[in-house]
Design a protein around this ligand. Sequence first.
Ligand code: ATP
Length: 246
Amino acid sequence: MSDLLVLEGLAATYNHAIRALSDVSLTVRRGEIVALLGANGAGKSTTLKAVSNLLHAERGQLTRGRIVFDGRDATSLPSAKLVRLGLVPVLEGRHCFRALNVEENLVAGGIGGGLSRREIAAGLERVYTLFPRLKERRRSASGLTSGGEQQMSAIGRALMARPRLLVLDEPSMGLAPLVVETIFSTLKGLNREEGLSILVAEQNSTVALRYADRAAVLDAGSTVLAGDAADLRGRAEIKALYLGSP
Ligand code: ATP
């Protein structure tokens, strides 16, 4: 399997002062699901924002390191360009347009990805097949849908842009266990059937390690461990040391 995304020694700050990342390196190979684990504040969200070139929106910046996507240096490519190349983020907070309905939110993802009307219609069908719940709710204002439905919409909107690498920040956050399983098993299905590569940050390491092929663990802004998810799953001490839970 060849490398799709490579992060080499990333360091980042906020407001030119707060050091959020010191040394983050990891690789996502084509067709893989990689989990990015770590306790609160370890740097998971910052890493994903760096990958998607969205740090500047929070007065953050990369101060060192290199990001390679699909064989090209992507360190300073604008986020919209990254989306067109297939690197599509689903960041924390879900960021739906609350006043628009579910379908309009999905269509917005297709327009952002530069798709034609026909491609958008096909994309919608695909998302509704993956998440039938969204089809039922398609005329509802997004702001009035449940947390699970908003997370599905956010993922659906990203899928409309036809990603090759989906970058997800804490998709399980605040959701009931059953909804979390629905979301992760849908992602796993896309990974298996269409070869979609996924980088997913999670505090819920138990779920993430069950679905991921490999994982990297962050501690205080640096990668401290990386390996096969199956190996990490069996190592109870990792949770105690790095993930903020016994
Ligand atoms: P969480 O799960 O709590 O989001 P995380 O692993 O994603 O944790 P980050 O959110 O990346 O961690 O935070 C890394 C460090 O950067 C923390 O010390 C945090 O306080 C700081 N930080 C994050 N966002 C900002 C911001 N917008 N401005 C200033 N500091 C920030």
